[in-house]
Every structure is written in structure tokens, then in C-alpha cells.
Design a protein around this ligand. Sequence first.
Ligand code: PLP
Length: 287
Amino acid sequence: MTIYLNGQYMPVEDAKISVLDRGFIFGDGVYEVIPVYSRRAFRLAEHLRRLQHSLDEIRLPNPHSLTEWADIITGLIAANEPDDQYLYLHITRGVARRDHPFPNPPVPPTVFAMSNPLPAPRAGLLGVSAVTAVDNRWLRCDIKAISLLPNVLLRQMAVDAGCAETVLLRAGTPGEAAFLTEGAASNIFVVKNGVLLAPPKGQLMLPGITYDVILEIAEACDIPYSVRKIPADEVFDADELLLTSSTREVMAITHLDGKPVGNAVPGPMFHKIYQLYQEFKINVMRI
Ligand code: PLP
């Protein structure tokens, strides 16, 4: 595997960073994950825009222009197999004596990128099981921060239960019901009576690039949809639940907390959106 680190491509075995890197010490950094189909990055502009948002919110200047990012990514894709990959970009606030405030004067950021084979989307066609958990993360889930300990623990809950994902329910304000935010590493949609429901973007969830694609598809193909706060009881009473992410695309959640979701098989909304998503991908990659 060839990786990119601070201006150079190298075998992953040769890549070294300091133990004083603020990513290692504080989790002080942000990341992006970008799918690559037929050696072309999918929705690159949108991913780089979200990376800029994450960097802005942690007050870390972007070390590269869009053109430089595109060049780094092109080099990485060319140096790795297979044709369908996913890229991981990782930027930290660099190496400095351990102290919480930003290094002053600033130090060069650490820029790391790697590529991995993209899992085949068909694996999700059978449907997956999920568990629910209280969303106990911080209040800035819109930042794609590398400090992912809560997500790691929440996702492990799913694995321990033999499931693929943990659906997160954030406690409401006093008197208000808990509501759906997202998955531990995905966005979640609810389907009820033929309507696709999506939680609204904000600081309590990651603005998924796949989430945006799904809503664009719904809009373009006259699929009834609504973006609104979704109380927990609507999640448990759903006809269908969908999970989306750049690496898992769209999957049906057929069991939640051990109980069937709807008919316990991927439903008509899933099949429609899955199909449209595959067509959307092919059309985009043709351009
Ligand atoms: N929410 C969280 C917490 C994630 O980690 C991810 C992706 O890994 C997503 C949502 C989905 O975002 P995207 O569709 O951009 O991959």
C-alpha cells in the first residue's frame, strides 16, 4: 500500500510520525473519506468543501489548495489497487511540545492520506441489523474530527450485538422526546407510509455527502420526502430504515434492537433508492 505523508508518497511501512503529533496526543485534527469508482473520486468537490468546513471549525488553515488536493488524490489513486477504492485524508495541527493551546507560532500541519479497497455495495442488499444507543457525543458532530472515541465505543456496541450499525438517539430537551441524529458511522433515514424522512443537518450530525445524494435523488425522482426532526418512536415504528455512507452507500436496516423493521426485508423504498443511486453513480462517472 502506497500512502501520502507530508508531500511524499511511500510504502505504508516507511511512514513515520512523531509521538508529539497533536493528532496522536490530543486527537487534534480532522479527516475525510472519499469513495473512488473506476479510479475517479466521487463528489470530490463536496468532500473537499466539507473538509474545509471541518478545518475552519477547528481553526486550522487548509494546507492545500483545491488543485493541490486534486493532485495528491490523483497520485494516490494511481499508486493503489483496485479501481474502486476509498481515500482517507487526515490533517492534524502538527508536532509540538505537549500543551493544550494551539502551538504559537504555528507549526506545519501533518498531512496524511491513504487508499483502501472499496467494499462491494452488493453486500448490503440483504439488509443488516442495528442496535440503538443514546447519542452521548459532543455537540459539534458536524466537524469530521479524528477524535472518534465515542463513535468507536458506539460502533463496537453494534459489533458486540452481532449488528452492522448503532442508530443514535439524542436525549431531547426536558419534556421533549429523544430524537434520531445519525448512525455511529453513517446517516440514517426513516421511511413511513411511502415518505422518506431525514433528520435535519446541524451541529448534532455529520452532513453526509451520501445523505445529500439521496435527497437529490428523491427530489429529482419525485420520491416524497421530508427533512425534519424525527422522534425516537418514529424510528421504532418505521416501515423501513436506511443507512448511508460513502463506503457503504445505501443499506436497508431490517432489524432494530432484535425486532423486525417493517417486513424484516429490504423494502420498496430501499430497492428504489439503491437502484437510483447506482444509476446516479454511473452517470456522474461518465461526465
Ligand atoms: N455520520 C457519521 C458519524 C459518519 O462517520 C459518516 C461517514 O463515515 C456519515 C455520517 C456518512 O457520511 P458520508 O456519506 O459523507 O460518508
